[in-house]
Design a protein around this ligand. Sequence first.
Ligand SMILES: C[S@@+](CC[C@H](N)C(=O)[O-])C[C@H]1O[C@@H](n2cnc3c(N)ncnc32)[C@H](O)[C@@H]1O
Length: 253
Amino acid sequence: MGTVSVVGIGAGHPEHITVQAISTLNAVDVVFMMDKGDTARELLEFRREVCARYVTNPSCRIVTAADPGRPHGPAADERAVADWRTRRAEIYEQLIAGQLGGHGHGAFLAWGDPAIYDGTVDVLHQVLGRGTVSFELRVIPGISSIQALAAQHKISLTRAGRPLHITTGRRIAQGFPDYADDVVVMLDAYCAFTEMDGDLDVYWGAGVSSAGEALISGRVSDVGQQITAARAAARSRDGWVMDTYLLRRPDRR
Ligand SMILES: C[S@@+](CC[C@H](N)C(=O)[O-])C[C@H]1O[C@@H](n2cnc3c(N)ncnc32)[C@H](O)[C@@H]1O
């Protein structure tokens, strides 16, 4: 039976990769990469850079496949997302069947950590469930963008004995939860914090741990506009932006 590893590669710093991830990349026959088109070209380049830097096994191949493209906006209803996942599962299945030859070892690279807002592990479970290919599934953790955010701001995400909530921009736009004082927000295209209590503290970062990193922190009422401007500038410079932030209910209340 073959093996498929999902390898976390960090969120933009080539040294945010574990020794276990490097050993795994050097043990595989093939690294699979999904090409998401022009807007994600730099992310694909980063994956290639990671392999070029760490893979010393000359027989390791890189195989790239076109990603079916996740639906966004109003078209992204539950059914459209489920269809997209099924198409992804079919592509993964074809890659595994065609490239691993029954006993080989392949790796899919996950941005940051595979356990945080990344569908790769779930899609591979779906592939296993379809029953046409069999393999041992392994998951190698990586440094998530939220760990990198905390490190760059030199803060802890959690306060003693209190919960941490991780959510999306769409969810936080519905209101700050009343059961947590510390909320990490990812996948926020609209800077939802600008609609929230200005007395919250925010620790924001775009391209955290990468060369184009931008970091801003302070009270939402003081730095909110500065963050939206920095986000817009990064987006117009690169054509895309990945940002995340911690919203913290301050103790000063
Ligand atoms: C699909 S999720 C993937 C998260 C990833 N698995 C992780 O562990 O960081 C993409 C979101 O992660 C966040 N993100 C990823 N890389 C980032 C970075 N270098 N700086 C800031 N946020 C980042 C952004 O919120 C982005 O919208």
